[in-house]
Design a protein around this ligand. Structure first.
Ligand SMILES: NC(=O)C1=CN([C@@H]2O[C@H](COP(=O)(O)OP(=O)(O)OC[C@H]3O[C@@H](n4cnc5c(N)ncnc54)[C@H](OP(=O)(O)O)[C@@H]3O)[C@@H](O)[C@H]2O)C=CC1
Ligand SMILES: Cc1cn([C@H]2C[C@H](O)[C@@H](COP(=O)(O)OP(=O)(O)O[C@H]3O[C@@H](C)C(=O)[C@@H](O)[C@H]3O)O2)c(=O)[nH]c1=O
Length: 284
């Protein structure tokens, strides 16, 4: 039986992995949240690895508050860089494979077709820069690693854009949402199932993979679809990013091409609209 250690277990992806745990075959899953394992504490990481001796570590722990990262730089770096280093080194010492999650925000939007794994990276905000450094550390430390870049994650768990829109839609009659940032919303349990398939396969096709739901949209069209499916009468107006100032800059285009993942792991990825339609009834 394979042993799998999951960090950041109370986050969206961590809880999604728990939700679909029956999809793992012949695997013992060991979940650790930020209380039971703080990945910035090297000694704690070493001790947990000594205890579990995992075949795989899935790193779902991260500093994900994109705007806050611009001011809480030390904290963002501690989690997205030092924490990742601690995990990568523990994986190296134990011969474990690290499955590390990264982001579309490592790209600057200079393309206008979906990014492939070999495309030039260049983050436009501090969160993206820390995630890029996390990727570099993993690649430098390990041979047995999978870096999965995903985008615009949402789920019934934790904080995300879908929940923000539903909350604001109940409070206000109209909303303004940016229509010049393009990407692909991704349902976290779809990603969790993909990770299960990856581990079940025992594949040694290590490296970087992109994974997001099929289709490209904007935050504006994403919001419109949420309210349409929820049959909520909220007026949504498309605006440019200049009219919605945020602490962190976001690129105009960060959609990912997932075909390498699909062909390597023979995994059919659902369209973002289909997954959203399945998820929304789970929210009250
Ligand atoms: N959310 C998104 O839209 C996207 C996310 N990603 C990446 O996907 C991964 C999963 O994201 P998601 O599930 O949405 O993230 P969440 O923010 O939902 O969860 C992150 C988890 O990490 C935990 N955590 C924070 N600091 C530490 C620490 N020092 N030690 C251990 N755990 C810690 C948090 O715990 P606590 O709350 O207790 O601090 C939280 O439960 C991340 O790597 C993220 O960068 C990529 C693209 C899009
Ligand atoms: C709430 C709101 C946001 N927006 C804009 C702000 C921003 O440009 C865009 C998305 O807002 P959010 O802050 O919810 O999303 P953001 O934090 O940018 O989401 C990102 O999170 C990290 C963790 C990732 O890795 C990325 O893939 C991506 O999912 O929508 C509006 O235009 N109107 C609104 O009312």
């Amino acid at each position: 039986m394979k042993s799998v250690l999951i960090t950041g277990a109370k986050g969206q992806l961590g809880q999604s992995i728990k939700k679909i745990r029956s999809e793992f075959t012949d695997v013992a899953l060991h979940f650790f949240d930020s209380n039971s394992l703080d990945i910035t504490q090297q000694e704690d990481v070493t001790n947990i690895f000594d205890e579990i001796r995992p075949d795989y570590c899935i790193n779902c722990a991260a500093f994900t508050a994109v705007d806050l990262a611009e001011t809480k730089k030390e904290q963002a770096r501690a989690i997205n860089e030092t924490g990742v280093k601690n995990l990568a080194e523990a994986c190296k010492d134990n011969g474990s494979t690290l499955i590390h999650i990264s982001t579309d925000y490592v790209f600057d939007g200079s393309k206008d077709t979906p990014y492939i794994e070999e495309d030039k990276v260049s983050a436009v905000n501090f969160y993206g820069k820390t995630k890029l450094e996390g990727e570099r550390i993993v690649k430098e430390t390990l041979e047995k690693y999978f870096i999965i870049r995903t985008s615009w994650l949402y789920s019934e768990f934790g904080h995300n854009f879908v929940k923000t829109m539903l909350r604001l839609g109940k409070e206000r009659e109209s909303l303004k949402v940016v229509n010049d940032q393009h990407g692909s919303p991704t349902y976290a349990p779809d990603l969790a199932k993909a990770i299960a398939k990856m581990i079940n396969s025992g594949s040694d096709s290590y490296g970087i993979f992109h994974f997001c739901n099929k289709g490209v949209t904007t935050w504006y069209h994403f919001a419109v679809e949420i309210f349409r499916l929820k049959k909520m009468d909220v007026k949504v107006s498309p605006i440019s990013s200049e009219l919605f100032p945020t602490a962190a800059k976001r690129s105009n285009y960060s959609a990912l091409d997932s075909s390498k993942f699909e062909s390597t792991f023979e995994f059919k990825i659902p369209k973002w609209t289909e997954s959203l339609a399945k998820m929304l009834p789970l929210l009250s």
